[in-house]
Design a protein around this ligand. Structure first.
Ligand SMILES: Cc1cc2nc3c(=O)[nH]c(=O)nc-3n(C[C@H](O)[C@H](O)[C@H](O)COP(=O)(O)OP(=O)(O)OC[C@H]3O[C@@H](n4cnc5c(N)ncnc54)[C@H](O)[C@@H]3O)c2cc1C
Length: 502
């Protein structure tokens, strides 16, 4: 396959034919096999910066695209079309220096002793082979985390989550189903109220942003097209901790208060100190801590429930941890050292939400870790190359008969040694926080930004909102994504959001 590039500046050809790196086989003899699992923030940031000519790179992930999660809360309401925040992995791989193999599969087991990955194709379409093994010399684990349900009965069965595109689609269908069912002929008032009660559990950034998006959808579009629901549609945010400020620790007190007062204006009910105990198909059973410290059981009838309470360790990671004695005391994920090497292993790294570090599980952390690992792996390859060149020069020097030749070789050796020292100088991973942003509805956002080593907070208003939008646009993966997201925002401003079911 070839890639046609418009006008080549140097040769003045109308088209230059650039070979597709994927057309070449990987050099299995010379390079080490680098397996890495996941196509999220950590893994894709690593892939972007990795010099793939140094390794036989194999990427394994059940998701053949990168997902820009910060804008995922805008998808269920139709503010953003989900394709606008997806970047196909094949596009990314296609632009690498040399062949990268991708398998759409789930790593079901990492056999640490045998240095082998077990893969399973869990998609709906299966060929004759749907399970296999891939050996690796080096491995990067970037599988993220799954949704934490804390073992609360009924959550897995009845709640919607918000981690993947399919989750956003399910929420959309559920919300629209609830609305249309509430409008069914002869529906009782009580049932209408239940169906139109949208509950978001988890007062962290994801829960806050989704509740805000849903309320915007209601105020700006649903109310207009389905006026009968105007007095009944209601969004509630449920949080077990005493206040939203505890779960938005990245924001200053002023911004938290601003968020809470905006929610009041938007008529989003915020129920703090409310612990969900059980979920059935129609009710949420909670335990509420009252101001005097006593506890009260309450039942919240609901139509749609969105569960956004944080992360839990994935089974494949739990299984790997069980194989390594040094991981016995780690609870939040793979314990790693300052170079992201998984404790108790050699040549296995972990990044992002599946690793347990002192940093919060965010996209910012995962992508910086990915970039760091790319530098580390690139410099490892350069080190090996320089060391073998050095060895050759030293052998030549030993064999050289002439003094002049020996001196020339000596200069060469010194140069290589200097390069080697430079390449080997890689400081441990250090996270640099760029700030926090959250959309809180009604065209308002809160921002806490790090600027020239200082922090400044800006709360609300159109300016912060514009800043939020431009920051997210600049963070999008590609120009294609940026243009699509801007077009979605413009589309919504002109035509409003679509109120059809997914
Ligand atoms: C709705 C939402 C909004 C968010 N907003 C923000 C924000 O505004 N700012 C911010 O900093 N962070 C945000 N985050 C958090 C951020 O998305 C995560 O911290 C980040 O995605 C972690 O990156 P990761 O690479 O560790 O994992 P992920 O990005 O989750 O990627 C994990 C990858 O591993 C793959 N995978 C899973 N299991 C397997 C397996 N067994 N084998 C192979 N592959 C597997 C998955 O398919 C996926 O490709 C948000 C998260 C969500 C859900």
């Amino acid at each position: 396959m070839t890639n046609l590039n418009p006008i080549h500046p140097r040769r003045l050809l109308l088209f230059s034919v650039r070979p597709n790196p994927q057309d070449f086989e990987q050099d299995h003899s010379a390079n080490s096999q680098l397996g890495y699992i996941g196509s999220g923030w950590g893994s894709v940031s690593l892939l972007k910066k990795l010099d793939t000519s140094n390794y036989n790179v194999i990427v394994v992930s059940p998701r053949n695209f990168f997902l820009f999660t910060p804008l995922l809360p805008s998808c269920p309401t139709g503010t953003i079309e989900h394709r606008s925040i997806m970047e196909p992995l094949r596009y990314i791989i296609r632009h690498k220096q040399s062949a990268v193999k991708y398998y759409e599969a789930e790593a079901t087991k990492i056999d640490h002793a045998r240095r082998v990955l077990k893969l399973a194709d869990l998609s709906d379409v299966k060929g004759e082979v749907s399970e296999t093994e891939v050996p690796y010399d080096y491995l990067v684990v970037g599988v993220g985390a799954e949704n934490a349900t804390f073992g609360i009965p009924g959550v897995k069965e009845h709640a919607c989550f918000l981690k993947e595109i399919t989750d956003a689609q399910k929420i959309r269908t559920k919300v629209m189903d609830c609305i249309e069912t509430a409008m069914f002929k002869d529906q009782t008032e009580e049932e209408k109220e239940r169906l139109l009660h949208m509950v978001v559990v988890g007062g962290g950034p994801t829960g806050v942003e989704f509740a805000a998006e849903l309320q915007d959808f209601f105020e700006e579009d649903l109310k207009k097209w389905i006026p009968d629901i105007a007095n009944k549609f209601h969004v509630t945010l449920v949080e077990a901790l005493p206040n939203v400020s505890v779960v938005l620790p990245m924001f200053s007190k002023t911004l938290i208060e601003y968020t809470e007062s905006t929610f009041k204006d938007e008529k989003i009910s915020v129920r703090t100190k409310t612990m969900v105990k059980k979920v059935t198909d129609k009710n949420i059973e909670c335990e509420v801590t009252k101001p005097d410290g006593t506890k009260e059981k309450q039942i919240l009838p609901y139509g749609a429930l969105v569960w956004a309470t944080g992360n839990a360790v994935r089974p494949v990671v739990r299984d790997l941890m069980a194989q390594i004695p040094q991981q016995a005391s780690s609870r939040r994920g793979l314990a790693v050292n300052e170079y992201l090497v998984v404790d108790g292993t050699d040549g296995v790294w972990a990044l992002g939400d599946c690793s347990a570090t002192k940093y919060a599980p965010t996209a910012q952390v995962a992508s910086q870790q990915g970039a760091f690992l790319a530098r580390l792996l690139n410099s490892m390859a350069q080190t090996q190359e320089l060391e073998s060149e050095l060895k050759k020069l030293e052998d030549l020097q030993l064999q050289a008969a002439e003094t002049g030749d020996r001196e020339t070789l000596d200069k060469e050796i010194q140069k290589k040694e200097k390069s080697l020292r430079r390449v080997k100088q890689l400081s441990p991973f250090e996270y640099s926080h760029q700030g926090s942003l959250a959309y809180i509805g009604m065209d308002r956002a809160v921002a806490d930004i790090t600027w020239f080593n200082g922090n400044f907070a800006t709360g609300g208003g159109g300016l912060t909102y514009l800043f939020w939008r431009s920051a997210y646009i600049s963070m999008c993966f590609s120009t294609r994504n940026r243009i699509l997201v801007i077009m979605d925002w413009i589309k919504v401003k002109i035509f409003g959001r679509d109120v059809s079911r997914e």
